[in-house]
Write a protein that binds this ligand. Structure first.
Ligand code: ADP
Ligand code: MG
Length: 617
């Protein structure tokens, strides 16, 4: 083994690991399936090439390309990262808020194939399928690129860059912002309903991953000194996906391990397979593809979490007890939310956890806080909700009943912004919010839960609660980059609130369990607590007590009543009439997409049309 062989291995490992970190940030952490990932690496490589190359004529004019700026190191690498990030921007329309993840993935794949065709066939831009060669190596004027000292230094720099990228993605992932990304990965509709701006989160991750991919392409090109479109086929993306999946989706060390095992390891193993003239020359490379495909399938089947699974983020009880001010010296911590006020010891009958958002001005009791005016929703000609008008008054626990298919869930989704209306208007706190996206309504305090289980499965119960907290300084890209010191005060306050809430609902023993591992009833509790963590003013609950033991359901009811007395307003869909009788006033009855009647349960029971539509049927 000579040192050039080892250098070659190490540089490829560093480049592949860097790229895998970018892909893992997008796919493993944020749940964006970017099947066009290789485009961004190729673009970075190309950028580094034309920034480093001298002008066409200086090179004898045998290649045609735009640029040729002959810039010194490290500008070509920086340019590679910048261009990788910038060309990600147009793709945000694919991964934005509305398009389903699998459609976006296919869109990116198609784009990768098309761009490769364009590059291969359009000579003036990128010299066609001949690609670019004789690309200057970093500082080759000052040093001798052939010397082993130079090669080792370049290797060391590539490894250092990879380490820096690792620290960078880890800083993002281990922050409250990273938690929001993982929540979006686990369930984007729910993250939206809790105030997460999906478009902004996905744009940031697309650009971040694109920049990292571009940087890795730049490093590779300055080592191998050529850029050939054939080397950037869409199938290369599959190799990187294989590396991330096998190494451990969502675990950055796993992504590095996968990069060493799959792209680098495979190349090496196949190198030692003896070739013979009786075999077709393309057999070994083709079998390599088959083997990578098989490996992905086997891992997804047997060990979907990969060799190094995503780490569980355990938050110790009392972690919030350490005084946050001692940890965050320079910027003064923002005033603790009202809810951080000490909470009475756990007992369901004790006073309620203060979860309410401090109001700018005290709301008038019984004032209308949420109003639907002639709201309709069609699904392909079927009117699920047909001209519904009703009002929810401040401080009430309003019930919504109706037979299956009456349109209750659809109505709730429109009130929260999860579904757009087909017609009509929605007013919240006197403001027309009909066209406001769900995350903006949530930030205004209009928060919903879902009829179907909607916990973030690969987040712990504690993390599920913490994601919902509004205004954590670490819950932004910049805040995450600023580091733990910048946001630990907010985080500690949020943990204290979550602990109090967990204690009240009797789930404190489960704080560090994965939400996906809980029983159905416990998961409902997590969802309610999570919605309360969002500091709602109006809470929309869709059958929160379905599948919950009747005793527990009653406790939840009592909690909600207590919260309403404190100023919360609740609109609750519920099937169980006993619950409605005991806790809800007023109650709205729906059938076939329309409001039948409104009043106390006793009044509804005396109305024959309600009885016919629901109470007996
Ligand atoms: P409820 O919650 O009162 O049981 P829903 O609001 O879930 O009722 O559904 C009302 C009607 O709308 C039903 O007929 C249902 O089949 C239909 N519906 C709900 N969601 C969709 C959808 N995404 N696509 C098509 N039809 C839907
Ligand atoms: Mg429903």
């Amino acid at each position: 083994m000579n040192s050039y062989y080892i250098i070659n291995l190490l540089i490829y490992a560093a480049v592949d690991a860097t790229a895998c970190l970018g892909l893992n940030q997008q796919f493993g952490v944020a749940g964006i399936t970017n099947f066009g990932f290789i485009i961004f690496q190729a673009a970075g490589g190309y950028t580094a090439a034309i920034l480093a190359l001298p002008s066409q004529s200086a090179n004898g004019g045998f290649q045609t390309y735009i640029g040729g700026w002959n810039l010194p190191f490290p500008l070509p690498w920086i340019g590679a990262a910048v261009v990788g990030g910038l060309i990600s921007l147009p793709f945000t329309f694919l991964v934005g808020r509305r398009l389903r993840g699998d459609f976006a993935a296919v869109g990116l794949l198609v784009t990768a194939v098309l761009l490769n065709l364009l590059v291969t066939n359009y000579r003036p831009l990128l010299n066609g399928d001949a690609g670019l060669s004789l690309i200057p190596q970093p500082l080759q004027g000052e040093y001798n690129p052939q010397s082993s000292g130079y090669q080792w230094t370049l290797t060391a720099v590539a490894i250092v860059v990879c380490a820096l990228v690792y620290l960078f993605v880890r800083r993002i992932t281990e922050s409250p912002y990273g938690r929001s990304l993982r929540a979006m990965r686990d369930n984007d509709v729910v993250a939206d309903s809790l105030g997460k701006n999906l478009l902004s989160l996905r744009t940031a991750m697309l650009v971040t991953g694109g920049a990292i991919a571009g940087l890795s392409g730049g490093i590779l090109v300055s080592y191998i000194t050529t850029w050939s479109p054939a080397a950037w086929g869409y199938a290369e993306t599959v190799v990187l996906f294989a590396a991330v999946i096998i190494g451990g989706t969502g675990n950055h060390l796993g992504a590095i391990l996968g990069a060493v095992l799959v792209p680098v390891g495979f190349e090496e193993v196949t190198r030692y397979i003896p070739t013979s003239n009786s075999l077709p020359p393309n057999l070994i490379p083709s079998l390599e593809w088959v083997a990578i495909g098989l490996l992905i399938v086997v891992f997804l089947w047997v060990r979907p979490q990969g060799i190094l699974p995503e780490r569980k983020r355990v938050i110790r009880a009392g972690a919030a007890a350490s005084p946050p001010s001692a940890a965050a010296p320079s910027p003064p911590a923002p005033p603790a939310p009202v809810s951080a006020v000490p909470v009475p010891a756990a007992s369901v009958s004790a006073g309620p956890v203060s979860v309410l958002r401090p109001a700018d001005e005290p709301p008038v009791d019984r004032e209308v806080v949420l109003e639907a005016v002639d709201v309709s929703r069609e699904f392909g000609g079927v009117r699920a909700v047909d001209g519904v008008s009703f009002r929810v008054r401040h401080g009430t626990l309003t019930g919504l009943i109706g037979p299956n298919g009456a349109g209750k869930s659809t109505l709730l989704a429109m009130l929260a912004g999860t579904l757009p209306v087909s017609g009509g208007k929605i007013y919240y706190q006197g403001r027309d919010v009909t066209h406001l996206p769900a995350y903006r309504r949530a930030r205004l305090g209009l928060v919903r839960t879902f009829q179907l289980a909607s916990e973030f499965k690969r987040l712990t119960v504690m993390e599920n609660l913490l994601t919902a907290v509004p205004d954590n300084r670490g819950d932004s890209f910049r805040g995450a980059l600023a580091g733990r010191r910048y946001w630990r005060g907010d985080e500690a306050a949020a943990i204290a609130r979550a602990e109090a809430l967990l204690e009240r609902f009797g789930l404190d023993g489960y704080a560090n369990s994965y939400a996906g591992d809980l029983s159905g009833g416990q998961r409902r509790l997590v969802e309610i607590m999570r919605a309360l963590m969002a500091e709602p003013r109006v809470l929309l609950l869709d059958e929160p007590m379905a599948g919950v033991h009747p005793n527990l359901a009653r406790q939840i009811g009592n909690q909600l009543v207590a919260l309403c007395a404190e100023g919360l307003t609740v609109l609750m869909v519920e099937h169980e009439l006993a619950i409605m009788d005991e806790f809800c006033d007023p109650v709205v009855a729906m059938a076939e997409g329309a409001v039948l009647a409104e009043g106390t349960m006793a009044e509804l029971r005396s109305r024959s049309e309600v009885v016919e539509a629901y109470l007996v049927g």
